[in-house]
Design a protein around this ligand. Structure first.
Ligand SMILES: CC(C)(COP(=O)(O)OP(=O)(O)OC[C@H]1O[C@@H](n2cnc3c(N)ncnc32)[C@H](O)[C@@H]1OP(=O)(O)O)[C@@H](O)C(=O)NCCC(=O)NCCS
Length: 217
């Protein structure tokens, strides 16, 4: 029986977690990946939540990682609500689909609730999240950018049932991921890792469909 531990990430884990993130995301959403650069940068961002930055170890080897940023909701009266946003989440390719991702989500949600958070919202492939209690943003009346715009990939999980009361909310994500728009910086950082071939995968088209569509009724 392998020994499984979930614990907070430590400074000495940083590079290992970036390597893991690169491996797990490579070619999944685009040829190559930028999530390892995001992980590298987000730890310095004011919205980063160190107390929700977990690694999962199997026999002392880090094979899973979950991180969060603070985000917010705004209602039509200008009232704001601080929420959390999951991501990146990853499991080493050879250990995927063994419920390790589920463990990381559940463990971090328990901590988040204890910290007083009651809502998580993130963009993602619904297939990875709907069995974990996430629903379409439309069902919780959470719009993005424009009222009534409900992206297919925008997923809401009430950590405390009923935390969203049906009023119209606007999701305002953290700016932490904006660093990935600097593609030269992403490429330069990637060159500090061993070369890896970029390739097309069907999951990239799936992601295109999810990230360019909305739930309309
Ligand atoms: C997404 C990821 C973190 C999930 O972690 P995991 O340990 O593989 O996932 P789990 O075994 O806990 O759960 C898998 C769930 O995904 C869903 N799923 C989607 N596609 C699946 C597939 N091909 N086979 C099995 N489950 C699949 C199922 O709902 C399953 O949950 P269920 O069996 O309880 O219903 C992991 O696969 C990963 O690192 N992927 C690459 C990076 C990534 O895409 N991260 C998420 C960003 S949106």
């Amino acid at each position: 029986m392998a020994e499984l531990t979930i614990r907070l990430e430590r400074k000495k884990d940083y590079r290992k977690v970036e390597e893991l993130t690169r491996e797990a995301f490579w070619n999944v959403y685009k040829p190559g990946a930028d999530e390892h650069y995001y992980v590298h940068m987000m730890r310095e961002h004011p919205d980063f939540i160190p107390l929700l930055d977990y690694v999962l170890e199997l026999d002392g080897r880090i094979v899973g990682s979950i991180m969060y940023t603070k985000a917010r909701l705004e209602d039509e009266q200008g009232e704001t609500k601080e929420i959390i946003s999951l991501g990146p989440l990853c499991v080493a390719p050879e250990f995927q689909r063994k419920k390790l991702g589920k463990l990381l989500i559940e463990h971090s949600f328990d901590t988040a609730r204890a910290m007083g958070y009651d809502v998580n919202i993130n963009f993602g492939n619904p297939g990875n999240y709907v069995s974990r209690g996430f629903v379409s943003c439309r069902k919780k009346n959470v719009s993005y950018m424009v009222k009534g715009n409900f992206p297919t990939a925008l997923l809401v999980c009430e950590l405390v049932p009923g935390a969203l009361d049906g009023r119209s909310w606007m999701y305002v994500p953290s700016t932490a991921a904006d660093c990935c728009e600097d593609t030269a910086a992403v490429e330069a950082f990637d060159r500090t890792f061993p070369p890896k071939e970029k390739a097309w995968r069907p999951s990239q088209e799936e992601f295109y469909i999810y990230s360019h569509s909305s739930v309309v009724r």
